[in-house]
Design a protein. Structure first.
Length: 138
């Protein structure tokens, strides 16, 4: 059994964004040489997320609206965490969208379903953050 580790780094200029990282994960899989196994992708920061869904702009817009209803940014005084900060909502949005995904590797390819793509979700951007890609298999 082999394992491979790669970090993807992001500095998102906006507070929130959804970035399709499927091509970078596929590149890591090719670099690993692993043909059968599993890929773990996880956000290495508590105000960011990794999730799987469709790469469709309307859906991304709907996520923005839905997440803001569930965990609105303002007023920042509504959150105890925001004493000296303003990112409590980003922690909650991350909790909703999830920390990580695991994808099977079959025949050297990500075994994703139709329309499935891997995304990095940023909820408190404007600083450098990373995603861990860990691939284990043969």
């Amino acid at each position: 059994m082999k394992s491979y580790r790669k970090e993807l780094w992001f500095t998102v200029p906006t507070r929130r964004a959804f970035i399709n990282i499927t091509p970078q994960v596929e590149a890591g899989l090719r670099e690993s040489g692993i043909q059968e196994g599993m890929v773990l992708c996880n956000a290495m920061h508590i105000t960011a997320s990794v999730f799987i869904n469709d790469d469709e702009s309307g859906l991304h817009h709907d996520y923005e609206i839905w997440l803001e209803k569930l965990a609105p940014h303002g007023p920042v005084t509504q959150y105890r965490h925001n004493v000296g900060e303003d990112n409590a909502d980003a922690h909650m949005k991350r909790q909703i969208m999830g920390r990580e995904v695991v994808v099977a590797v079959t025949g050297g390819k990500l075994d994703l379903g139709p329309w499935e793509q891997i995304f990095y979700g940023e909820f408190d951007g404007r600083r450098k953050k990373r995603v861990l890609v860990k691939i284990i298999g043969e």
